[in-house]
Ligand binder design. Structure first.
Ligand code: C5P
Length: 283
């Protein structure tokens, strides 16, 4: 349709998330491997005279993204069809914002390169630069508060069957960070191990390399997260990690059948659960 476009905004999981210290601005310095997964929101954009969104709440961050990139006088009507649960550590709102930046760059022929897009993204939200770059590069490394992003440079080289599980609690990012004790010492092995594990395409190695320094704090605030992790680990028979500041946990299943069976079992126990993969086609 002339003047309009529809795109997918993929969720992310943090394969690793290291808390390296507290910055002078009060934010925590992080290092994280962020990988997009096949669960997506659908974002529809139509040229308009001002910037509006049909989505209350998280729609705000998409509006903020549109305002940050559009030249004066240009506008857009944003419609969001949400599939990514909010506040679960899956980056839904940030993915929508990243999709808006990338799509408006094209729609309005702004000619911005990915580095400039990532720079604008960092004024929109901490996770947005990683989700902009991941649209071009797949898995990325994010550092600092999230403003430094680079392609990881390796991809799993095979389809991963990932089971997401959420105990239907909302973990406040602010509260989780306030409670976490960072290890404060850079440990290059965590990033190195994940890179090597992905390059090997070995599900067991990738599972072993999963790490999240926020898990303890999130589970202390919400014991339901620990219960979800325990149940997920049992039904998938694999190591479990948490994404972002929670409350979603995930594990790599041996086969699509194991993943589907795990989702059915978890849903029967009242969890939100989803079988996703690392395949995120641009459509
Ligand atoms: O990024 P967002 O605004 O969602 O973060 C919410 C809160 O989480 C921040 O106000 C801050 O207290 C904490 N946070 C942090 N370090 C980060 C990201 C978030 O301390 N890198």
């Amino acid at each position: 349709m002339p003047g309009g476009t529809t795109i997918r905004a993929y969720a992310k999981i943090n394969l690793t998330l290291e808390v390296l210290g507290v910055r002078p601005d009060g934010y925590h310095a992080l290092r994280s491997v962020v990988m997009p997964v096949s669960l997506f929101d659908t974002v529809r954009l139509e040229k308009a005279s001002d910037v509006t969104s049909d989505y209350p709440g998280e729609g705000d961050i998409s509006v903020k993204a549109a305002r940050a990139i559009l030249p004066p006088g240009a506008g857009v009507r944003i419609s969001l069809d949400k599939a990514i649960p909010e506040g679960g550590g899956l980056g839904g709102g940030s993915a929508d914002a990243a999709a808006v930046l990338v799509a408006l760059n094209e729609m309005y022929s702004l000619g911005l390169g990915v580095d400039r897009l990532a720079q604008i993204a960092s004024s929109v939200g901490s996770d947005v630069p990683a989700l902009v770059l991941s649209r071009y590069a797949g898995a990325v490394v994010m550092e600092g508060r999230g403003e430094k992003v680079s392609p990881l440079g390796v991809s799993p080289g095979r389809l991963l069957h990932i089971v997401l599980a959420n105990p239907r609690v909302h973990a406040s990012t602010k509260e989780v960070f306030a409670r976490c004790s960072s290890h404060m010492a850079q440990n290059p092995e965590i990033l190195y191990n994940m890179r090597e594990a992905l390059a090997s395409s070995d599900r067991g190695k990738i599972s072993e390399a999963l790490a999240n320094d926020l898990s303890g704090a999130a589970a202390a605030l919400h014991p339901e997260i620990a219960s979800a992790a325990e149940r997920l680990g049992a039904v998938v028979n694999s190591r479990v990690s948490m994404t972002g500041s929670g409350a979603t946990v995930f594990a790599l299943a041996e086969s699509p059948e194991t993943a589907d069976a795990a989702v059915a079992a978890l849903e029967a126990e009242g969890f939100w659960a989803k079988h996703v993969t690392n395949e995120c086609p641009v459509v």
